[in-house]
Ligand binder design. Structure first.
Ligand code: 0O2
Length: 295
């Protein structure tokens, strides 16, 4: 049969199974090369969104981004989607826009729009298209905001502008879609009617849950902000005390420490903040003193 027996570099005959294994290995190597820029894009984008989250938190601000995850679609899933959508292999990179996928999870529905605006304003991502499944729920009950972006990565063969998909949704929407996705995987698109019905009910419950949470959003945000301010204050105070150990005398440190425990137990953020400022002045005094001594 044509192509059934090929010859390896050693000149001996190679079995059809070995040849097909070798071809598959080459294919996998090729896919690895194709997917490499997508892997880079996922890493970079995840880092960038995570960094935004830390910037908000470090400045004591509420972050519209709660969690960020990313993945490169598996080869099997790319091939399955290409087949389902009748996409030729050479068109895969242009027609399958979620090879690189980022998921941004928010606490509240309102945060989704904030994240969308942030992405629209960025100069390192060009928004190609958007789909609002938050306000236009899919028949399945799926809700999420999708943005397809073009993103530039630098590779050893130069720069590449590739497509990536960003899915933005609330924690509650994510819970629903994760469960539904695993059922789709199990039932391969043929989810039994009684389960479908339960999923629809759950999707409606998710809408109510998100609405309920939105109605107490400002209270929740206030509580989260003060808890963040509290933990930052405590971290700064402990850091100052630790530094003072090196320069101040033991009795003074002991007094500062006792005072800290006393105020900490009062659970009063105003007093803690005042104590923190006083400690800053003491630490500043020691720093000035050590500079004078060095001179
Ligand atoms: P996976 O396994 O998550 O990668 P289209 O442009 O409409 O022809 P496409 O690209 O499927 O086709 O667009 P769409 O509908 O916006 O879906 C893109 C992704 O959104 C899907 O990717 C899913 O991740 C998610 N999604 C869409 N609909 C549903 C749904 O009903 N349930 C769940 N759980 N997720 C959904 P993939 O490649 O289908 O899957």
């Amino acid at each position: 049969m044509y192509g059934a027996v090929v010859y390896d570099s050693g000149g001996g005959p190679e079995s059809a199974a070995a040849a097909s294994f070798r071809e598959r290995k080459m294919e996998i190597l090729l896919w690895r090369e194709i997917l490499s820029p997508y892997d880079l894009a996922v890493k970079e984008l995840t880092l960038k969104f995570e960094h935004l989250r830390s910037e908000y938190r470090n400045q004591g601000l509420y972050s519209p981004i709660e969690q960020v995850t990313g993945r490169v679609k598996t080869i099997a899933s790319i091939l399955e989607k290409a087949q389902r959508k009748n996409v030729k292999l050479e068109e895969v990179e242009e027609r399958i826009s979620d090879i690189a996928g980022i998921r941004i999870i928010c606490q509240f529905v309102e945060d989704i729009q904030t994240v969308v605006e942030i992405i629209r304003q960025r100069t390192d991502m060009e928004v190609v298209s958007e789909r609002d499944y938050v306000h236009h729920m899919k028949d399945s009950g799926y809700r999420s905001y999708h943005m397809i972006i073009r993103y530039e990565v630098q590779t050893i063969s130069g720069s590449r502008r590739i497509l990536a998909e960003i899915q933005i949704r609330t924690l509650a929407m994510n819970f629903w879609s994760t469960i539904e996705h695993s059922l789709q995987y199990k039932y391969r698109e043929n989810i039994p009617d009684h389960i479908r019905e339960k999923l629809t009910n759950a999707a409606n419950a998710i809408i109510s849950l998100d609405n309920e949470m939105s109605s107490v959003r400002s209270e929740i945000m206030d509580a989260q902000n003060s808890s963040q301010i509290h933990s930052r204050l405590v971290a700064d105070i402990l850091n100052n005390i630790q530094n003072l150990y090196r320069v101040a005398n033991k009795r003074e440190i002991q007094k500062i420490q006792d005072e800290f425990y006393r105020i900490y137990e009062l659970d009063d953020i105003e007093q803690l903040s005042r104590f923190g400022k006083e400690l800053d002045l003491i630490a500043e005094g020691y720093r000035a003193q050590s500079v004078e001594e060095e001179e």
